[in-house]
Design a protein around this ligand. Structure first.
Ligand code: SF4
Length: 411
């Protein structure tokens, strides 16, 4: 069959090939169920299969509950951007630092070729505080994105709320007034709970993207921080949803096996179950996931479309798995280990590089992120005494071993 559906421009074969790859793992899920119900799905049925939206805090804007993380080659993946839009993944996240501007450039190319797309996409970009000259850099980002504004602007990778200086507050207000940004916030994967609590006390923060996954979402402090943000109307977006670890090997104990067996029976992969667990919390508006190819995009879209709730036993098995592998997961509480080494090494930033290398399978990204650390930090990495940091680390990580590994592999 080669007839293209009106709404997707995909043949049924193409649709099944992309969505069905994941759909096979989502028995009873929305997309595959809909396709199985009709030999030749009517365009309207396909059109209805778009990812749902949720309100982003006090901004009042509804954004897709699945966000396209843009840390990949968007220039050569225009089809993926097109498909994301068609499946309703209309919240796109990029940053100046992703591919040194190339991610923004690819999205900009898409907007230039599809002029009607820009108003559908909730577009986010980010700048790190290091490098200064925000206005000039934002202007360059907008130029690469071929747009005159972003819907949400994030300060990239905040590690402490004090990094949001009064000057940044004034700058955000100025950019909003100039129409270059609609909303303002930050992303954080270090000391997230403190950053979130700080955001809740600042009425000029509209939204925060934070590390949030089955490993960290149930701690009392994270629950307190999320509740505070919800109360203050700060929109929350989850990232690092798979709880990737800096270690080389996937933890494969009895809890992991039980988890896989349980989810396979229900038709999910464990990866899909991990993001479904986050969606079950209505306080989280969206989940930002790196989706560099159609297989991953379609797996996540299938998980988002699937209406099956996780059963209590499934949530419990994820908790057991979290406990089993917590000794291999760096929880981002960087102020603890960094203080223990007298500020000599941002341990959890190095852990993040190892996570990109081992868990994401992205050696280039790992090396690039590592190269972004100050040279003196990289030089001293293997020589610092980490014994106190290891004693204070709540996850009991073998920090010295990881730091030596990073020095050898990523330099
Ligand atoms: S190494 Fe330990 S103390 Fe440091 S951020 Fe990771 S979990 Fe927290």
């Amino acid at each position: 069959m080669s007839r293209k559906t009106k709404d997707t421009d995909l043949t049924r074969r193409e649709f099944v090939t992309t969505v069905g790859l994941a759909g096979l793992a989502v028995a009873g899920g929305g997309v595959t169920k809909a396709l199985a119900a009709t030999e030749q799905p009517p365009a309207a049925a396909v059109k209805a299969q778009t990812v749902s939206k949720r309100k982003l805090g006090k901004t009042g804007v509804e954004v897709s509950s699945l966000c396209l993380g843009g840390m990949f080659d968007t220039i050569n993946n225009q089809l993926l951007l097109k498909q994301a839009r068609k499946w309703g993944v209309t919240y796109w996240d990029t940053a100046e630092s992703y591919g040194n501007g190339l991610s923004e450039e690819g999205m900009g190319r898409f907007f230039a070729r599809n002029p009607d797309a820009r108003k559908e996409i909730f577009l986010v970009t980010k700048l790190q505080t290091k490098g200064g000259n925000f206005t000039e850099r934002l202007d360059k980002s907008l130029k690469r994105l071929q747009t005159d504004h972003v819907d949400l602007f994030f300060i990239h990778s905040l590690t402490a709320i004090d990094e949001l200086t009064p000057a940044i507050k004034d700058w955000a207000a100025e950019m909003k007034k100039a129409g270059k940004i609609k909303f303002f916030g930050f992303s954080t994967h270090t000391n997230m709970e403190d950053c979130l609590l700080g955001a809740a006390k600042r009425d000029w923060i509209d939204a925060v993207m934070t590390t949030y996954n089955f490993q960290v979402m149930n701690t009392p402090k994270m629950k307190e921080a999320v509740n505070a943000c919800e109360k203050a109307g700060v929109g929350l977006v989850a990232m690092k949803s798979q709880a990737g670890r800096p270690g080389k090997h996937e933890v494969g104990g009895p809890a992991k096996l039980e988890l896989i067996e349980r989810f396979v029976k229900r038709g999910f992969t464990d990866k899909q179950a991990k993001i479904k667990l986050i969606w079950e919390n209505p306080q989280i508006t969206s989940i930002c996931v790196q989706m560099p190819n159609l297989t991953i995009l379609s797996a996540n879209v299938a998980a988002a479309l699937d209406q099956t709730k996780l059963a209590r036993e499934e949530v419990e098995s994820l908790r057991r798995y979290a406990l089993e592998c917590q000794g291999d997961y760096c929880a981002g509480c960087g102020n603890i280990c960094q203080a223990a080494v007298g500020g000599a090494v941002p341990v959890n930033e190095v852990m993040r590089c190892l996570m990109y290398h081992h868990y994401y399978g992205e050696p280039e990204l790992a090396r690039l992120t590592f190269a972004g650390l100050p040279e003196e930090v990289r030089q001293r990495l293997a020589t610092v005494d980490y014994s106190r940091a290891e004693r204070t680390c709540p996850r009991g990580l073998a920090i010295a071993q990881f730091m030596r590994q990073a020095a050898e592999m990523l330099a």
